[in-house]
Write a protein that binds this ligand. Structure first.
Ligand SMILES: C[S@@+](CC[C@H](N)C(=O)[O-])C[C@H]1O[C@@H](n2cnc3c(N)ncnc32)[C@H](O)[C@@H]1O
Length: 272
């Protein structure tokens, strides 16, 4: 999860009120004995968009984007009708949590046009960048959701509805007292498993050695996820893995990690 401390983003306010305010985001109480990322009290600040981005946003967000409804009275009823949103039926959907500026999202989508791609992000300027790429590139198979990925998965996607979930270079939360904020936890893995359809793929990548150790401890913790490891050559398409796993273009944060000579670790699981 993100704060101003180690992320490019601080969570953004709902679109209905773009003014800065302070608050605690909506958090489902799962009460299932598993660990879920715990968010503290957040400082919500306005993201700066250029005039051009604001215009592109106003024109295109209404049909290409959604905002998680955080109103506790109405938040329970917001499962997305994917066929309706993408305007086509019979296509598998992949959700990317924490798409940042969406460089790899926009690079991959044209190579997987048979898939619906939903990018989930809390950072409005990142979504605005991706929206710009989508509009300029005429990319038709990307939609975007602004909101906390855990709440979005829980509230906006039906159980067993996804062919893939991607988490690329999640915020590492390096301090021990912040580890509970890491998005990869027993509860998140369980939630992701529940949203994947049988055979669906979870793909996680990190350049952070300590986070990799954390994930290593969790690879077999969720009974519904079969851990597949990572192929020796990720560019060679594994026909048993039905979604694209080669990011095509390194993500912004992958690039930052590589500049520091970090080792990239990747993880694949398949929904049983
Ligand atoms: C380190 S960046 C990586 C961005 C991108 N995947 C990349 O590789 O360039 C992590 C991103 O996750 C987003 N993020 C953090 N917690 C999130 C959450 N709970 N739901 C959605 N996005 C989140 C942050 O805003 C940030 O853009």
């Amino acid at each position: 999860m993100s704060t101003t401390e180690n992320s490019p983003a601080s969570p953004q306010e709902p679109d209905s009120s773009r003014a800065a305010h302070r608050g605690r985001p909506l958090q489902t109480e799962f009460n299932d004995g598993r660990d879920y990322p715990r968010l503290g009290s957040f400082s919500f600040r306005r993201g700066t968009l250029t005039d051009n981005q604001e215009n592109t946003w106003d024109e295109n967000w209404p049909h290409l984007g959604r905002v998680l409804d955080e109103n506790s009275v109405t938040a329970d009823d917001q499962v997305i009708d994917l066929d309706d949103w993408f305007g086509r039926t019979g296509h598998d959907t992949i959700v990317e949590i924490g798409s940042g500026t969406g460089t790899s999202t926009a690079a991959m989508a044209p190579l997987e046009t048979d898939h619906n791609i939903v990018a989930v992000e809390i950072y409005r300027p990142g979504l605005a960048k991706l929206l710009g790429s989508v509009v300029r590139g005429g990319i038709t198979n990307i939609r975007m959701v602004k909101g906390d990925g855990v709440e979005v998965l829980q509230r906006m996607f039906a159980p067993g509805s996804l062919a893939g979930v991607r988490v690329y270079f999640p915020d590492p939360w390096p301090k021990a007292r912040h580890h509970k904020r890491r998005i990869i936890q027993t509860g998140t893995l369980h939630l992701i498993a529940s949203r994947l359809k049988p055979g669906g793929i979870l793909h996680v990548a990190t350049d952070h050695a300590d986070y990799a150790e954390w994930i290593d401890e969790l690879v077999n913790v969720e009974d519904d996820l079969e851990y597949l490891g990572w192929p020796d050559d990720p560019a060679v398409r594994d026909e048993t893995v039905p979604v694209l796993t080669d990011r095509q273009i390194i993500t912004k944060f992958e690039g930052k990690g590589l500049d520091k000579e970090h080792v990239i670790r990747e993880y694949l699981w398949r929904r049983r």
